[in-house]
Design a protein around this ligand. Structure first.
Ligand SMILES: [Fe+2]
Length: 385
């Protein structure tokens, strides 16, 4: 019998219009000079930053840094920190998808550790709380708004660096569904599949625990029901909010239970080919389940959450993988690696990156050797399970 630790530092505020709470939350945190970290698309093509500025105007001094790229990069983190520290920011507000939130986490690390973010990769990096961070996600999937992890690309080395520490969990997350309605359908689908992968991998992980299980099981139910609906009715705030809540639950689950080989491979093909993270997970998830199934009866729990009631754990896992493939197809997403341009001749490189990814450590079946990764890649390449 094993014990477990469950840690969730983040205060969660949900509901339409809750963006207005931001000034009050800064007051509670005694923060007077936030740096807002976002990207140019959100700043220029949506009214989200304007809404935040209206909520802050006359109450707080603030500075907007809008240079985040689709994948958070070390040089951008370093620059945002430099700009923020020179301006004497005392807090961080991240606005956007996982890239903005992870960039902000990197900036929070530098407020304590200084230097170049590349010097600080690893786990348990911080000695205590760093500056307050209010995360305002505009997608529903990464779970970064509650997670203890930041994945930041080292653009010079061509790989993604992982930073993990409970002190980089955002202090507050505001989940306002009105901010997610402008999300394009492809991003809604990709990020939703990321959330689903978090839930399923949290259940199969060797670090699974009852609290993460509870969050992940409900997250799976919400995603199965609401992801197709939100693609049909993108302006439905209830469906949007349900997806935000599911993504947050998936984030809280995996931040305490970890993920596995699906994320390890997804990080690798994301770094090599620029495939969006959620899509990369979607392409690997059914095959990761197939690989793990001989040593992971816990897929029965995920299968039940999906509505598959099968006594035999192996059959339950098989059916779950099959149903997930149908679900992915129904969302209009590609189902094979060859569909997205991944090349067989790169399998060695993908395997090398994947076995070096920290996500693989808690995979339920030992997979830290190239042949294991290539077995999954072979299935995912042709879509054969
Ligand atoms: Fe993820």
């Amino acid at each position: 019998m094993k014990g477990f630790i469950f840690n969730l530092r983040t205060k969660i505020i949900t509901g339409p219009g809750t963006i207005q709470e931001i000034s009050t939350e800064l007051d509670r945190l005694k923060a007077k000079r936030p740096i807002i970290i976002t990207d140019k698309i959100i700043r220029e093509k949506t009214d989200i930053v304007t809404k935040i500025e209206e909520a802050l105007r006359g109450k707080k001094d603030y500075l907007v840094f809008d240079e985040v790229k689709p994948d958070s990069e070390c040089s951008i983190v370093n620059k945002a920190y430099q700009v923020g520290s020179e301006w004497e920011a005392d807090s961080v507000i991240s606005v956007g998808g996982g890239s903005s939130i992870d960039t902000a986490k990197g900036v929070c690390i530098l407020f304590q550790k200084k230097g170049d973010i590349r010097e600080h990769q690893g786990v348990y990096i911080l000695s205590g709380p760093t500056v307050p961070h209010i995360a305002i996600p505009t997608t529903a999937g990464t779970g970064s708004e509650v997670s203890h992890v930041a994945v930041i690309k080292d653009e010079q080395a061509g790989r993604k660096l992982v930073f993990a520490d409970h002190f980089i969990m955002p202090t507050v997350s505001i989940l306002d569904p009105t901010l997610t309605t402008s999300m394009p359908p492809s991003i809604t689908a990709h990020t939703g599949m990321d959330a689903l992968t978090h839930c399923i991998e949290a259940i199969h992980s060797t670090e699974n625990n009852p609290v993460s299980d509870a969050l992940a099981i409900h997250g799976i139910k919400l995603i199965k029901e609401n992801l197709p609906k939100v693609l049909n009715e993108p302006n439905n705030l209830q469906f949007r909010q349900n997806m935000q809540v599911a993504a947050m639950m998936g984030g809280a689950a995996f931040t305490n239970a970890q993920v596995g080989v699906v994320h390890a491979i997804a990080h690798s093909i994301g770094a090599l080919y620029g495939i969006p993270h959620g899509l990369a997970n979607s392409l690997i998830l059914p095959y990761g389940i197939k690989f793990n199934l001989p040593e992971c009866p816990r897929y029965k729990i995920a299968a039940e959450a999906w509505g598959i009631y099968e006594e035999n754990p192996k059959k339950a896992g098989d059916k779950l993988a099959e149903e997930l493939l149908k679900f992915i197809e129904s969302l209009g997403l590609p189902k094979t690696l060859k569909d997205v341009g991944v090349k067989r001749e790169d399998f060695d490189k993908i395997a090398e990156l994947s076995i070096g990814d920290p996500s693989i450590i808690s995979n339920p079946r030992f997979a830290i050797y190239p042949e294991a990764i290539k077995e999954i890649l072979e299935m995912a390449y042709d879509g054969k399970i």
